[in-house]
Ligand binder design. Structure first.
Ligand SMILES: [Ca+2]
Ligand SMILES: [Ca+2]
Ligand SMILES: [Ca+2]
Length: 226
C-alpha cells in the first residue's frame, strides 16, 4: 500500500471510530439498588419551589435509580460535561469531581457547566456531593466511588435519560422530606471531536494534488508562447 492510500485509510478509520460507540457511561447497582418513582415532593419535577434551569429532563411519571453508581465503560478517553441544574434546599451543597469543588448551591448559577477530558478508563467515576448547615457544620457527604448511596437521608438518585446522559439528584439530610431536589447535576459523555468524513475526503484530494505537484514541478510552469 503506498503512503497516500495508507494515510487516507487510517484517517477514514479514525473518522468512523468517532461515530460508532455504544456508550461511554452507565450505572451499576450497589447493595439495595432499585428503580424507584420520583418523589412527589421533588420541586424540580413539579416546579413548585426552588431555582432551576428551564429544561426539565424528568418528571413525576419517570423512575430513577437509587443506590447506584455511575461508571465509565470506556478505556478510550472521552469528554465528560457536568451542568448544574439548580436546587431547592436550605443547606448549602457542593458537587465535587476528583475531590475538587465544581459547583456550589450558594454561588453557582443554574446552567453553569464544567467539562473535562476523562482518561481514567473503566470503573466508577470519582465524583460526589457534600453539604453544610447554615452555621458551617457538615450535613453529610456521599461519593460515587463507594457503596453508601443507600444511606438514609443523604444520597442521590440517578435518572438515565438518553445515551450517555444522566441526572444526579441529591437529598441532603434536611429531614423535612426525601425529595431529591436539593442539588441537581446533569452529566453527559461524548466522543472527542474528530474530522468529518467529508473533511477527510477533501483532505485526501488536497494531498493527491500536493503530491502530484511535487512529483512534476515543471508541469505547473506556464508555457511561454513565442
Ligand atoms: Ca422540595
Ligand atoms: Ca431533601
Ligand atoms: Ca428540597
Amino acid at each position: 500500500m503506498n503512503t497516500l492510500i495508507r494515510i487516507v485509510v487510517i484517517a477514514a478509520a479514525v473518522g468512523a471510530s468517532g461515530i460508532t460507540h455504544a456508550a461511554f457511561i452507565d450505572t451499576v447497582a450497589n447493595p439495595g439498588g432499585a428503580l424507584v418513582p420520583v418523589s412527589g415532593d421533588n420541586s424540580y419535577a413539579v416546579r413548585d419551589r426552588g431555582a432551576f434551569v428551564a429544561d426539565q429532563f424528568y418528571g413525576l411519571t419517570d423512575k430513577v435509580q437509587s443506590s447506584h453508581s455511575v461508571i465509565s465503560t470506556s478505556s478510550v478517553p472521552f469528554n465528560l460535561t457536568f451542568t448544574y441544574l439548580g436546587k431547592e434546599a436550605g443547606y448549602t451543597g457542593s458537587f465535587l469531581f476528583n475531590n475538587s469543588e465544581v459547583f456550589n448551591t450558594g454561588s453557582s448559577a443554574p446552567g453553569q457547566a464544567f467539562s473535562v477530558l476523562y482518561t481514567a478508563g473503566i470503573g466508577k467515576i470519582d465524583f460526589g456531593f457534600s453539604s453544610v448547615k447554615s452555621g458551617g457544620a457538615s450535613a453529610g457527604s456521599v461519593s460515587n466511588l463507594g457503596e453508601n448511596n443507600q444511606a438514609p437521608f443523604y444520597n442521590y438518585t440517578i435518572f438515565q435519560g438518553r445515551l450517555d446522559h444522566m441526572i444526579l439528584s441529591l437529598d441532603d439530610n434536611n429531614r423535612v422530606d426525601d425529595d431529591h431536589d436539593d442539588m441537581l447535576v446533569m452529566m453527559k459523555a461524548s466522543s472527542i471531536p474528530v474530522p468529518e468524513p467529508g473533511t477527510l475526503a477533501l483532505f485526501g484530494i488536497g494531498l493527491v494534488g500536493l503530491i502530484c505537484a511535487r512529483k512534476n514541478p515543471l508541469a505547473r510552469q506556464p508555457t511561454v508562447e513565442g
